[in-house]
Design a protein around this ligand. Structure first.
Ligand SMILES: Cc1cn([C@H]2C[C@H](O)[C@@H](COP(=O)(O)OP(=O)(O)O[C@H]3O[C@@H](C)C(=O)[C@@H](O)[C@H]3O)O2)c(=O)[nH]c1=O
Length: 149
């Protein structure tokens, strides 16, 4: 059963399309979820590859997919959360599911590229990347109740 994780926000984004191309909106400092700017980068994911599981202790992330299609799985391990134990599946892409995911810290997540030849997961984070601030678990672990097929 796919739940909704407390305070993990999916914000539909506009694409302003014209005959020349389009403008894909992403993140504004005036947005409700903005927590300051630290770094922006892309995670390129080759078709069918799954990255993760990842967990950030402090960093707040803003994901969107400007190219391709990603399946994101999130798991709420916060004992004090109203959605403790929840697993949420989110499709993010550059078309009908063009949206920003406001991913607060302390959520486990992993993500798979569903598009060929790859997908780009854009990420804007509120502090510069710090490997010491994150945790990783292998895809086949005993802690997270989700199995990637
Ligand atoms: C994110 C990042 C990674 N790296 C290095 C660390 C490592 O040697 C290599 C690959 O890093 P990762 O395996 O973490 O890359 P990846 O698995 O693509 O994950 C990254 O994508 C986003 C969506 C996340 O979820 C973050 O955890 C981030 O680490 O790049 C940097 O130098 N600067 C950075 O800002």
């Amino acid at each position: 059963m796919m739940d909704k994780i407390h305070d993990l926000l999916c914000v539909p984004l506009k694409q302003i399309i014209d005959e020349r191309g389009a403008v894909y909106q992403y993140l504004k400092s005036t947005g409700d979820t903005f927590r300051g700017f630290g770094e922006a980068y892309y995670s390129k994911v080759n078709t069918n590859v799954v990255k993760g599981w990842k967990f950030h202790k402090e960093i707040h992330q803003h994901f969107c997919v400007p190219f391709g299609r990603i399946k994101l799985i999130a798991y709420d391990c916060r004992i004090d959360s109203p959605s403790y134990g929840a697993i949420q599946e989110i499709i993010i892409d550059d078309r009908e599911n063009y949206q920003m995911i406001s991913m607060r810290p302390e959520i486990w997540y992993s993500f798979q590229a569903l598009s060929e030849p790859f997908a780009l997961l854009a990420n804007i984070i509120n502090k510069p990347h710090d490997p010491a601030e994150s945790l990783n678990l292998p895809l086949d672990n005993k802690e997270i109740p989700y199995v990637w097929k």
